[in-house]
Structures are given as C-alpha cells and as structure tokens.
Design a protein around this ligand. Structure first.
Ligand code: MN
Length: 439
C-alpha cells in the first residue's frame, strides 16, 4: 500500500507558477501521466507528466539529464509512444520517478533551467490513449447503480443474489477505447419494443453515458498464478476517468444470457491523465460493508483493504448540448458523487480478476462500473436519473433529456480535496455523439 511521503506535503510549491494556483488539477503533489504531442504536428506521441498548465516531456528530460540520475532510465522509458514499458517496471520505478520529479519541480530546485526547457504547454498539446490496452474489463461495483438499474430491467429481483459475494464484470472491447475528445456515431442495433414479436433494426434510441473510473494495470502476473489481496495494489499503476457509452435499448434485448455486447462495444472514452495510486494516498478511506451485509470471502479481504482500500474521489458529470454551445452557455451539471461509495475496491477487483489464474498484462484496463452514489441525484447514468427515460431531466435552458441526442457532449471531471492535503484532479473526459451511420 502507498503511504504518505515527502511528495504529498501540502506546503510544497513549484517553480511552475500555474501549479501553485488554488483549484488547479495538477499541483506538484499530483504528477499524473499522459501520452501527448504538440497538436497539429507530425511529432511522435510520447509520455509526459502534468505540472500546472504545462507538461514535462519525460523523454527529453531523460536525454538532457534534467532529473536525478537514478530516475533517468524510468523517464527514458516514458519517452515511448505508450506507457506500457514504464508500467511494467513496477511500483519502485514509478515511485522513484515521482520523487525525482517532485524534487526537480520544487521552488528553488537546481534542475529548473534544464527541466524548464522540457516543458510543453497543455494548451498546445493533443493526447492519445496512454497505454496499449491489451484487454479491457468492465466491472459493476456500485450497488446503488446495480439496484436501481436492476429495478428497471427486473422489477421482481433487482439485485441478483451473487452481487454481494462476487465482483460482477464482463470482458469488454479495447479497440474502441479512445481518449477525451472522442466523437463517435450513434450506434445501430437490434431492439425489441414492448409488445412486439420481432425486433427492429436501426439507430439506438436510448443512448446513455456511464460515469466510471478506469484502473490501469501496471505490472502483470503469469498465467496460472493469482495475485493475493496484500499484493494487488502493487500491480495497479493508477486511475483515470472513463465514460462507458451504453445503448440501453440494444442492451435490454441482447444482455441475457451472456451480458452486454454491441450495446457497449462501439465507444469508450478515457481521460488523458492517469493519476497514480501513490498520488491518491492522502485520499484513502476505509472499506466497510453496511451492517447486515456479508463480509467478503477471505481471498477478497485484507487488513490494509479494510483500513484504507477505498478512495474518496469526487466525480461530476456535465452535459453540453448544441443549444448550449450556440447560446455560449456553459455545460450543465447532471450529477455528482464519490468513488468512496463503491461496493468493491481496486485491490478486490484485481485479486478477483486473477484468482482463477487469469494473467493480466501491463496496460490492461478495468472500468469500475457506473459509480452511482446512495441518493438519486448521485446517479452516474441517465437511465437512473430519468427512471428509464420516463422522467426526463429539465436542463437550465428549459430543454429536456431522457437520453442523449446527436450533438450532445458529455463531460466528466474528478478531483480529491480535503483539509490538510493538496487538492489534486483528474482533468477532464469529454466525448460527443454524432448522428448515426445510414442503416
Ligand atoms: Mn459500464
């Protein structure tokens, strides 16, 4: 488990002035990773770390010797077009590079001149998916989401009897995961309207988003081995924001008996920045089960997990419609919640994923599942906020939404904030719905 160290000290300041501004997502205590290049150029994509409104070009920092010597091989590994090699180096490497960056970016650091020449403004950057994602697994860790969606799909048995015992998930599609800014066409598919005997084929009529966190695997495990709870977090590189776009009408018809398929495989959007578990250390909270619920089986339990296996990440979903854009109005908030309400922790997901001998690889991605909180206004998807489309949301300009319409942009934000710690943020995860292809 990551503990607090000198890199978390809330009083640290950087010689990058924008990193010291209150409310910035990227103070010196955060140092999240992305893969970027200057927008509109043919430059190679390469790894970088956010500081204020700048990006440290890590490969350049390595080649110019702008960091302490023991961290240079790790910075050099980040110079590649994906972070997989750095992820595979393990938590010792991640931590050494973080410490070297923290020291070199502090006010008064002698590296200022050399490292200052390795900065690229975020306003000039474009990003790509930061890892080559071999496999993507989407979980279902909010009991509040599982219960309210279950009520809509199966009023007689909303929460399946397995839910409180086994972390539910399905193997998703990696090829359609793109970085924030993704634009995708409304999917086509089969739907079965109530009372009909034959399905229709055409554009999805119930397009939804899902507010999730993504979990990047750092180091993998050999096949036919499992990762015990006490080691699970050392295999996790960090977290990002994730939008699991969902075609609800397609999902309702196809999901039994093997689970979601085309309703989920057309697009998934991730934020460019990965916030490391080490950066999140101040925001750990205890994992506890509500009274009367079963305790996890021993392979999903550990003292460290009970003490601090959950994370208090504040999450927010906003909608920007074409009408809002035309009026120059800002986006409207649809809901807000925290990751602390999840029923299973990061460590439990990784331990469970491997318990049967499944090998994980560096860069594999887990989705947390829709992160709905306990109250209705904390719901992480429209299907819940509108009670299955029956109670449309009223937007500030008088417009209404049951589900997403063409031109809608969904924006997700995440951050951690508490007295006595530096506020850190995840940046943004943004995606836009385009009209469907011809049926
Ligand atoms: Mn999902």
């Amino acid at each position: 488990m990551s503990l607090l160290n000198e890199t978390h000290a809330p009083e640290l300041r950087s010689w990058v002035a924008s990193a010291n501004e209150p409310g910035t997502d990227f103070p010196i205590q955060n140092l999240p990773f992305a893969v970027f290049r200057r927008a509109g150029t043919e430059e190679f994509f390469r790894g970088g770390v956010a500081i204020g409104d700048q990006i440290v070009d890590l490969g350049m920092a390595a080649s110019r010797g702008a960091l302490s010597i023991d961290a240079l091989p790790f910075a050099a590994a980040c110079g590649a077009s994906s972070l997989n090699r750095f992820m595979a180096m393990g938590p010792g490497a991640w931590s050494k590079l973080r410490l070297a960056l923290s020291r070199a970016l502090r006010t008064g650091a002698p590296e200022r001149e050399l490292l200052g020449a390795c900065l690229v403004p975020q306003s000039q950057a474009e990003y790509t998916v930061p890892a080559k994602i071999g496999d993507y697994t989407d979980f279902y860790t909010s009991i509040h989401h599982a219960t309210s969606v279950g009520k809509l799909f199966r009023p007689d048995s909303p929460l399946m009897p397995n839910y409180k015992w086994v972390p539910i998930g399905y193997h998703g599609r990696a090829s359609s995961i793109q970085v924030s800014g993704q634009e995708f066409r409304r999917p086509l598919g089969q739907t079965m309207a109530p009372g009909k005997t034959q399905p229709d084929f055409g554009p999805c009529q119930r397009l939804d988003y899902e507010l999730e966190l993504g979990i990047y695997v750092g180091t993998g495990n050999e096949s036919c081995t499992s990762v015990p709870m006490d080691q699970a977090e050392s295999h996790v590189f960090g977290l990002c924001l994730l939008n699991d776009w969902s075609a609800r009408d397609v999902q309702a018809w196809e999901y039994q008996p093997l689970g979601p398929f085309l309703s989920k495989n057309f697009a998934t959007t991730v934020s460019p920045w990965i916030v490391t578990l080490e950066a999140l250390a101040p925001y750990r909270v205890p994992f506890a089960r509500p009274e009367g619920d079963p305790q996890p089986l021993p392979y999903l339990d550990s003292a460290a997990n009970r003490a601090g296996g959950a994370f208090d990440v504040q999450l927010q979903v906003l909608l920007e419609t074409e009408r809002m854009r035309a009026a120059g109005a800002g986006p409207a908030q649809l809901s807000a919640t925290s990751y602390r309400h999840a029923y299973w922790t990061v460590a439990q997901l990784l331990a469970h994923h491997t318990v049967g001998g499944c090998n994980l690889q560096p860069g594999d991605l887990f989705g947390s599942g829709t992160l709905s909180g306990p109250t209705p206004d904390q719901a992480g998807a429209l299907i819940e906020l509108t009670s299955g489309g029956k109670e449309p949301l009223r937007l500030p300009d008088g417009d209404t939404r049951s589900y997403l319409v063409d031109g809608d942009t969904v924006i997700m934000r995440g951050w951690c904030e508490q007295a006595g710690s530096a506020r850190i943020g995840f940046g943004e995860c943004r995606g836009t719905v385009l009209p469907a292809m011809e049926a």
